[in-house]
Design a protein around this ligand. Structure first.
Ligand SMILES: Nc1nc2c(c(=O)[nH]1)N[C@H]1C(S)=C(S)[C@@H](COP(=O)(O)OP(=O)(O)OC[C@H]3O[C@@H](n4cnc5c(=O)[nH]c(N)nc54)[C@H](O)[C@@H]3O)O[C@H]1N2
Ligand SMILES: Nc1nc2c(c(=O)[nH]1)N[C@H]1C(S)=C(S)[C@@H](COP(=O)(O)OP(=O)(O)OC[C@H]3O[C@@H](n4cnc5c(=O)[nH]c(N)nc54)[C@H](O)[C@@H]3O)O[C@H]1N2
Ligand code: SF4
Ligand SMILES: [Mo]
Length: 729
């Protein structure tokens, strides 16, 4: 007997619907794209197709582990949680709550547990030492959006299915399947754009598969997108092409600032010829509809926040913000909460380097400083949830050493890996198929309004769900007893009944609580949020609820994106802030860099379709072939540097020996290494056989994007040498 289940793929931001066949023992016998999903329409990629292999990986931990010296002991859940309590109490009694650090990794954006329980966990721990993968990723976008639109999650996405012109910078959706732009079958949507007569321009230091599919590929020197974008803004003003259709503050300031970045000047810095800069600006302004979209290549860079800001400045200036075919604000079934105070950054700063808080967290670029530097507030205990910062954080190799010095460390993770090997207690979540799934975060960036909930496909055996693990950690940390979910429900409903326009104003908490559906606390919270959301039963008008999503197991289409200005804004002024002071200050830093010479060789990253940051290298069918850790380098550089076979790559922070992969798809003067490798000696048996090297032994934690504190991974100065050459240190 086999059974068929439908669920959302949790492996990337494309949120594809999957149809899985299971045998009696709960083993996955096939994985296909769900043809009845109205959003993904049967699309699947090699990672999704391997979900069964990943889920049943024999190296996934089934029971908690406690480390004693170098020895790991499998223990029961009660013993594991008792050890956590003991370790936490020991640290906080001696050093206070500020001595506890938390690091939340990327999969938290793909699990219900991460969405629903990480905020309560942080509150319960009572510390400001909060770090996440966001500051090694998209924090510049949050900061730019927060300052311009009033909320860090109010992020416009390109209206992919209707636009006539897409200018894409620093993104490679043919490998990544898209990011901050939730679009299953991104490749198909780009092909459709071209097929309907639209134009796709890709700006990237490499001719990627996405660039190869485009109408035009523009090589850009790494880290210089802000200059290029300013050159476009300059041209739009200089040629009188601007047509701003919304109320904005700061238009004159932007016009003044742009005067410093004429096309011939930015051409020197970016490597993009002045005539190309001018032409792109004219095309963008002249297209019937157009959108500028920029992603990680432009975020994890020296001027990441300015680049993210300029993207939306261009969308505003060309009249494309908030109109069909332009850059639009999705209206997800569950919206982020509003904000009482205007968005600011730097409400507090980090202890050692004085780096700014953003979105309630500190930059991961300073985590090692905070662990290593003695004094009041030094981190002595760390909790990691779904993160592998040894491989993912800037200069992660330093963290590898810093973690050795912690008094206590707890990791919630299915694997014993480069980071969790430092933990004293590892708490493994159950299989993906034993977890429910709703994309709280990613549906807020979807190119079509859509919702889908998947119930657990298999029952939990004797272990807790990840939600229960995080809830129990929160209860241990807060010292409170009771049901965390019911507590959150009570608080949320109490606030809602006092909020004018919430649809439940003046009603009774107990009555609303009694009306909630769901088999678990997580489901009841989901039901509440759906009902309070813009399509909800309670918010007025709609009928969305958990019940309705359960009745639509393939997902529910909520229609194309629609204009949302000005209501979507949360700025104090109520209008778009085109020239936020924090960013205008940073323009001075950008100007100062205008005449800088580019280093001879700089390093950038890359992603592979069959990989996923650091944790998919243990799935046999996904590793090998072209999915390997090689140094891509232009043949001209290979010849000039006399390379052959392996090369030594040196940065200010470290040195690696790595096989070269000569290719003319990369610019001369630029080399590329993927991140997430470096599994030598790993307990993950397949990954250990394909170790690669940790690129974050080379990246520099002292290099940051100033307004956001974000890590810089692209444009790292390096020297590349043949192996066997002895260098004087
Ligand atoms: N040089 C360089 N570095 C980079 C990048 C780059 O482009 N270049 N990219 C950056 C980006 S964009 C990101 S997002 C970060 C990622 O940084 P991290 O999130 O720190 O790293 P991941 O490799 O995604 O690690 C995910 C961890 O979660 C675990 N995990 C998987 N599924 C689950 C689950 O369901 N529950 C729990 N509890 N754990 C789970 C995995 O075993 C793994 O240990 O890396 C950043 N680092
Ligand atoms: N298969 C796969 N999919 C993934 C992931 C994965 O590891 N593997 N990771 C997931 C995560 S965590 C994220 S955040 C997303 C990221 O999704 P994307 O942003 O699409 O990430 P990449 O595929 O790394 O594409 C970034 C591109 O930027 C280019 N680039 C580098 N430096 C510069 C620069 O200075 N300027 C410009 N213009 N371009 C530059 C690189 O050459 C690369 O082609 O992908 C997600 N999806
Ligand atoms: S594109 Fe992303 S969501 Fe879709 S099947 Fe592949 S990994 Fe899963
Ligand atoms: Mo990411």
């Amino acid at each position: 007997m086999t059974s068929t289940v439908h669920r959302t793929c949790p492996l990337c931001e494309a949120v594809c619907g999957l149809t899985l066949t299971l045998d009696d023992g709960g083993h996955v016998t096939s994985v296909r794209g769900d043809k009845d999903d109205p959003f993904s329409k049967g699309f699947i990629c090699p990672k999704g197709a391997s979900l069964g292999r990943l889920d049943e990986d024999p190296d996934r931990l089934r029971r908690p582990l406690i480390r004693e010296g170098d020895l790991w002991r499998e223990v029961g859940w009660d013993e594991a949680f008792a050890a956590v309590k003991q370790g936490l109490d020991r640290v906080t009694e001696r050093h206070g709550r500020g001595a506890v650090g938390v690091y939340l990794g990327n999969p938290n954006a793909h699990t219900m547990a991460g969405a629903l329980y990480s905020a309560p966990l942080i509150r319960a721990l009572g510390t400001r030492n909060v770090y996440s993968a966001s500051s090694a990723d998209q924090m510049p976008k949050h900061v730019a959006s927060g300052l311009m639109f009033g909320h860090p999650l109010t992020i416009p996405v390109p209206d992919l299915d209707r636009t006539d012109y897409l200018l894409m910078l620093g993104a490679n959706p043919l490998e990544s399947n898209g990011s901050l732009c939730t679009a299953p079958d991104f490749p198909g949507r780009l092909k459709a754009l071209r097929a309907r007569g639209g134009r796709l321009v890709v700006v990237d230091p490499r001719r990627t598969r996405t660039a190869a599919l485009a109408d035009e590929h523009v090589f850009v020197r790494p880290g210089t997108d802000a200059y290029l974008l300013f050159g476009l803004v300059h041209t739009v003003f200089a040629e009188g092409l601007e047509r701003v259709s919304h109320q904005v503050n700061g238009l004159d300031e932007v016009r003044e600032a742009a005067k410093h970045f004429p096309p011939d000047v930015v051409a020197r810095r970016t490597g993009v010829p002045a005539e190309v800069v001018v032409r792109l600006a004219r095309e963008l302004a002249g297209a019937r509809t157009a959108a500028v979209y920029a992603r990680i290549g432009t975020c994890t860079a020296e001027f990441g926040t300015l680049a993210q800001w300029l993207v939306d400045v261009l969308n505003v200036l060309t009249g494309n913000l908030d109109r069909p075919g332009g850059a639009m604000f999705p209206r997800p079934a569950i919206e982020h909460g509003g904000r009482r105070r205007p968005y600011t950054v730097g409400r507090w700063t980090s202890r050692v380097r004085g780096l700014p808080e953003a979105n309630g967290e500190l930059p991961v670029a300073t985590l090692a400083d905070e662990i290593e530097t003695p004094g009041e507030g030094q981190i002595r205990m760390l909790v990691t949830v779904a993160g592998n910062p040894v491989l993912s954080a800037p200069h992660g190799a330093r963290l590898d050493r810093a973690f050795e010095g912690l008094d206590f460390m707890v990791s919630v993770d299915p694997y014993l890996n480069e980071t969790t090997r430092h933990a004293h207690v590892i708490l493994p979540p159950p299989r993906v198929l034993q977890s429910g799934h709703y994309d709280f975060a990613l549906l807020g960036f979807a190119v079509r309004n859509y919702a889908r909930y998947s119930r657990p496909s298999l029952p939990l055996d004797d272990r807790p769900s990840e939600a229960q693990i995080l809830a129990r950690l929160s209860m241990i940390a807060s010292g409170l007893e009771g049901d965390l979910d019911e507590f959150v429900i009570g608080q949320t409903l109490a606030k809602a009944i006092e909020t004018p326009g919430s649809g439940v104003e003046g009603r009774d908490v107990a009555e609303l609580r009694a009306a909630l559906d769901g088999e678990t606390g997580a489901e009841r919270r989901l039901d509440m949020m759906l009902k309070l959301g813009p399509y909800g039963e309670w918010a007025g008008g709609g009928d969305l609820s958990l019940r309705k999503l359960l009745d639509h197991p393939h997902g529910l289409d909520l229609g194309p994106l629609e204009p949302r200005l000005p209501d979507v804004l949360r700025t104090a002024s109520g209008v778009i802030e085109l020239a936020p002071p924090r960013l205008m200050d940073d323009v001075e830093r950008l100007r100062a860099g205008l005449d800088e010479e580019s280093p001879e060789i700089v390093l950038i990253g890359r992603r592979h379709l069959r990989s996923n940051n650091s944790w998919l290298h243990n799935v046999g069918p996904l590793v090998g072939g072209s999915n390997t850790c090689t140094l891509q380098i232009n043949p001209a550089d290979v010849a000039r540097l006399g390379l052959n076979g392996d090369a030594v790559v040196r940065s200010a922070k470290g040195e690696l020996t790595v096989p070269i992969e000569p290719t003319d798809t990369i610019m001369p003067g630029v080399v590329s290494l993927p991140h997430g490798w470096g599994h030598a000696g790993s307990a993950q048996s397949v990954a250990a056989g394909h170790p690669g090297v940790n690129v974050n032994a080379l990246t520099d934690e002292t290099a940051i994007d100033v307004p956001s504190g974000n890590a810089v991974f692209n444009g790292v100065p390096v020297t590349v040498l043949p192996t066997g050459v002895i260098i004087a240190h």
